[in-house]
Design a binder for this molecule. Structure first.
Ligand SMILES: CSC[C@@H](O)[C@@H](O)C(=O)COP(=O)(O)O
Length: 345
């Protein structure tokens, strides 16, 4: 089955960064045009763009825009450092964001002046975008070999083209497997509260003509107990050196359920999502998002006024529950500490 993945959430056009506004999907396909670093940080914070690799790439373009804006100023290095902080503060959990900003500071450090730096930073952001799509295709091919050849595959959140430069991580594995003729039934969790599964994964799979069914998050246990699920595959926002994996809230619950039902649980992520400086998952900062995301849906109040809410956006799945971590450089099995380190920091 040919997979026509044409979805590009991030593009550079006519001297501006254009982001497909994911808050509007699936109702509207609308690109926002951004030319200032503050607007880029706000777009990341407000989830115009989301998904760990995608926010890393966006931040890399944000740094390029910052460098352009300060052309001609004497203290440009200081100014660039300030922009780096603004971007890094936008969302705390996905390491790709801080990683990409840090890489851009390093790139700027190699330049003699701000004009050269602004060209170098734009070039690197464009390379990162192109490389991400190639890496995802490679990850997809590797992952398709690792998952069971047939049966039900459950995924959580959106890890597709929209969450990356294109093609996707866990959803890239699904794309690659379906393209290679795997006899898979795809199950997508709706992913409360922001509905990345119901709005975004469903939109992508439908666009590609991949058959799937959508289920509420709470249905996973039942589907597993009935024998409908043969593997779970998810993405990651930050993987600690020992393999503990932070990902969208609800991922940990799925891993526990998969363990109970003896179903393999896979993580697909680029090596840039591994935080080699973080020894284990306990140290990962978990973003808490606004209460309105839980109290409301589509602008409509769901709850009595003012109810107290906890809205952690991510959770941490212990490495012990993960069968394998699929990266663009290879598939890592436990013990992850050695396996991940061998991929190189
Ligand atoms: C390839 S995306 C991997 C993760 O970033 C994804 O699973 C996820 O948790 C995204 O969370 P989000 O809050 O939508 O940015």
């Amino acid at each position: 089955m040919p997979i026509a993945d044409q979805i590009r959430p991030i593009r550079w056009q006519n001297d501006a960064l254009e982001l497909l506004d994911q808050r509007q999907l699936p109702a509207q396909e609308h690109y926002l045009r951004l030319q200032e670093v503050e607007a880029v940080a706000a777009a990341i914070r407000d989830m115009v763009v989301r998904g760990a690799p995608a926010i890393g790439i966006t931040a890399a373009f944000g740094m390029a825009l910052a460098a352009r804006a300060i052309a001609g100023t004497a203290d440009w290095r200081e100014s660039l450092n300030r922009s780096a902080e603004v971007l890094k503060r936008a969302r705390p959990t996905a390491v790709n964001l801080a990683w990409a900003v840090q890489q851009q500071l390093h790139n700027a450090g190699l330049c003699d002046d701000v004009t050269t730096a602004s060209e170098a930073l734009l070039r690197w952001a464009q390379e990162l975008l192109a490389q991400d799509i190639r890496d995802n295709q490679r990850m997809g091919a590797l992952g398709a070999e690792v998952l069971p050849p047939e049966g039900g595959i459950l995924t959580h959140c959106n890890t597709g083209s929209l969450a990356t430069g294109g093609y996707g991580t866990a959803l890239g594995v699904i794309r690659a497997g379906i393209a290679a003729g795997r006899n898979w039934r795809i199950y997508a969790d709706e992913t409360r509260p922001w509905l990345q599964g119901a709005r975004l994964t469903a939109w992508e799979l439908q666009k590609d003509g991949i058959p799937f069914s959508l289920n509420v998050d709470g249905a996973a246990a039942h589907l597993m107990a009935r024998g409908e699920i043969q593997a779970v595959i998810v993405g990651a926002d930050r993987i600690a050196a020992n393999g503990d994996t932070a990902n969208k809230i609800g991922t940990y619950a799925l891993a526990v359920l998969a363990h109970y039902h003896d179903i393999p649980f896979f993580v697909a992520a680029p090596v840039s999502t591994v935080d080699f400086a973080m020894p284990h998952g306990n140290g990962i900062v978990i973003e808490e998002r606004p209460a309105e995301e839980v109290r409301q849906c589509g602008g409509r109040e769901l709850t009595p006024a003012g109810v107290a809410v906890r809205n952690p956006a991510f959770d941490v799945t212990p490495a012990a529950l993960i069968a394998a971590i699929i990266t663009e450089k290879g598939v890592v099995r436990p013990p992850f500490l050695e396996g991940l380190a061998a991929l190189g920091g």
